[in-house]
Design a protein around this ligand. Structure first.
Ligand code: ZN
Length: 196
């Protein structure tokens, strides 16, 4: 089932999300819905707060990028579910990459992050893993991990760039944005010429 994606400006995107237990109700169905919602919106990652759930769960599929010449993915993609993830360590030369976010449609900005991330997490079968990721895999994980910590990529751009984007970000909170997937906005926008 495709779920609406929560838009910038909504409180749930700003909360530090809670860990879940293996007995979390209908977890398998939730994960299936997250994959479906992410693919429908042409995303490479989706975190639970983006569908309104403040829990430490995100999904990543960078395999899709392997054949995408524009992104020049020079590594093997990953398709993984991350539950109760904890970043243990970040390392390596920070690099700039233009990020976007399904909760912040039509806005992209260069974000600098360290290249390598060491992360401990549980998979969809609640098996524990500690792994290192770098390149675009690491980048997507860092972006999604931010979501479960209540952070957004717009927090990591320069103050000048953020000022330049201010009006467009405000428009998103009001739903004044063209988007091809289902979204839920914090403020319902009413056209000024609407008949009330
Ligand atoms: Zn995002």
């Amino acid at each position: 089932m495709i779920l609406p994606i929560i838009a910038y400006g909504t409180h749930v995107l700003r909360r530090q999300a809670d860990p879940i237990a293996a007995e979390y109700p209908e977890l398998e169905k939730l994960i299936a819905n997250m994959w479906e919602t992410m693919y429908n919106a042409h995303g490479v990652g989706l975190a639970a707060p983006q569908i309104g759930l403040s829990i430490r769960l995100f999904v990543v599929d960078s395999v899709q990028l392997e054949d995408d010449e524009e992104r020049e993915m020079e590594q093997t993609g990953i398709k993984k579910v991350f539950i109760n993830a904890q970043i243990l360590h970040e390392d390596g030369e920070p690099w700039l990459y233009e990020e976007g976010c399904l909760s912040i449609p039509d806005i992209r900005a260069e974000v600098s992050r360290p290249d390598l991330v060491r992360i401990r997490y549980f998979d969809e079968n609640f098996q524990e893993h500690t792994e290192e990721f770098d390149g675009l895999n690491g980048r997507i994980i860092q972006h999604e991990y931010d979501h479960i910590e209540g952070k957004l990529f717009t927090d990591r751009i320069s103050p000048l760039k953020r000022r330049l984007l201010k009006n467009r970000l405000e428009d998103i909170t009001k739903g004044k944005v063209d988007v091809r997937y289902k979204m839920k906005f914090p403020i319902r926008y009413v056209e000024s010429n609407a008949q009330l």
